[in-house]
Design a protein around this ligand. Structure first.
Ligand code: MG
Length: 377
């Protein structure tokens, strides 16, 4: 039986703790020591396997424990025994079965797409509407509280052909942000620079600080204030000529519609972990484009499997024009979980051509880094 009418008969989970090379500070919180992801494996009757990754961050989307419980207790019964080809029906049932938990739903849709793609012998991007690009420019984040370590990272990025960096701001003082912007302007003219506050500014300090940072003419300034401060986002957008991007303010299509209606941004960060899957991420980008707004492919603290899912989504979504930030597997994790490394060439993420996601986790690594699992064998 080699078709999409077969049933899903295996459903396995791993909660992983993956060691990282450095501390990273963002406006809303820090990551130190390790980042945590949840891996889902689906198996069909003919033994084909599809994988999906959930990459939660407790201060941003949710906790790994909640993600694991959503997948293990609430979503599992909807998936076991369902037909591989009934992806839309399964996703609709998952949306009703558990509120929020967008990372769990992203992992589920990724695994269903990977499974269907492997059974059909086609890449995931072909299941999402077909390919519009074969590479995507990579942006790497500068977020180390010890800037000397980031100066070393910049040298490595330059050598690797990466030409976009995103400076994480608003986690220390304003002088530290201005010092790093001046350094980049003077020493790294070949990089285009983006700025991301991750909600780090209060509404009192935001207007002056955003105006100061706009003098450096970055590509855009992302999410200066808290997610729910739509009014201040709209005010800041009016105040400066530098494009303002929404990240934490926009999770799914419903938020995007409101963001466009209230004119809070010039563009949006599309993340499958926020939108609750790849197709909902595509919808966010299309609503943005319909309102004349741009989009880029953001991510959370992810391993390579989530990067692959995001790469397929961007490959099939012409409205995402500003590149991607799938850098963690190559520049942040001590060791990624994929069998073959996530491919970046000359600063461009390469879109896989092989069936499914075009990559899978190494089983030994899943078992090595697991702090909890629900595996049937
Ligand atoms: Mg952001």
């Amino acid at each position: 039986m080699n078709d999409l009418s077969q049933n899903i008969i295996g459903y396995d989970l791993w909660h992983l703790k993956l060691p990282v090379t450095s501390r990273r500070d963002h406006g809303i919180g820090s990551v130190e020591g390790a980042c945590e992801v949840v891996m889902l494996r689906l198996t069909s009757e003919d033994g084909t396997q599809g994988f999906g990754e959930a990459s939660p961050w407790s201060v941003f989307t949710g906790t790994p424990e909640a993600t694991f419980a959503a997948l293990d207790r609430y979503i599992r019964p909807l998936v076991l025994g369902a037909r591989v080809g009934d992806r839309s029906a399964i996703m609709a049932r998952a949306a009703c079965a558990v509120a929020h938990c967008t990372e769990a739903k992203a992992a589920l849709e990724t695994a269903l797409l990977d499974l269907a793609g492997r059974i059909s012998g086609i890449p995931v991007w072909s299941l999402l509407g077909g390919r519009c690009r074969s590479t995507t420019p990579l942006s790497c984040s500068i977020a180390n509280p010890d800037f000397s370590q980031d100066i070393d990272l910049l040298a490595r990025l330059r050598e690797d052909g990466v030409r976009i960096v995103k400076l994480k701001t608003g986690f220390k003082d304003h002088a530290f942000d201005i010092m790093r912007l001046e350094y980049l302007a003077q020493n790294c003219p070949e990089f285009s620079v983006r700025v991301d506050y991750n909600q780090g500014l209060s509404i009192e300090e935001a207007p002056t600080r955003v105006r100061d940072v706009a003098r450096f003419n970055p590509d855009f300034i992302e999410q200066p204030v808290r997610a729910h401060h739509f009014g201040m986002m709209a005010k800041l957008r009016q105040m400066t000529d530098v494009p303002l991007l929404a990240d934490e303010s926009v999770f799914g299509p419903e938020d995007m519609e409101r963001a466009a209606r209230e004119s809070i941004c010039d563009g949006v960060s599309v993340k499958i972990m926020k939108s609750g899957g790849l197709t909902r991420g595509q919808t966010v980008a299309r609503i943005a484009a319909a309102h004349g707004l741009t989009a880029y492919g953001g991510d959370m603290f992810e391993a390579g499997l989530a990067h692959l899912a995001g790469t397929h989504m961007i490959a099939a979504t012409p409205e995402i024009t500003l590149g991607c930030e799938f850098y963690q597997a190559s520049y942040f994790l001590k060791e990624d979980i994929l069998e073959e490394p996530f491919r970046i060439q000359n600063g461009q993420v390469c879109v896989p051509e092989t069936p499914g996601l075009g990559g899978r986790p190494e089983m030994a690594k899943l078992n090595h880094y697991a702090v909890a699992k629900a595996v049937s064998e």
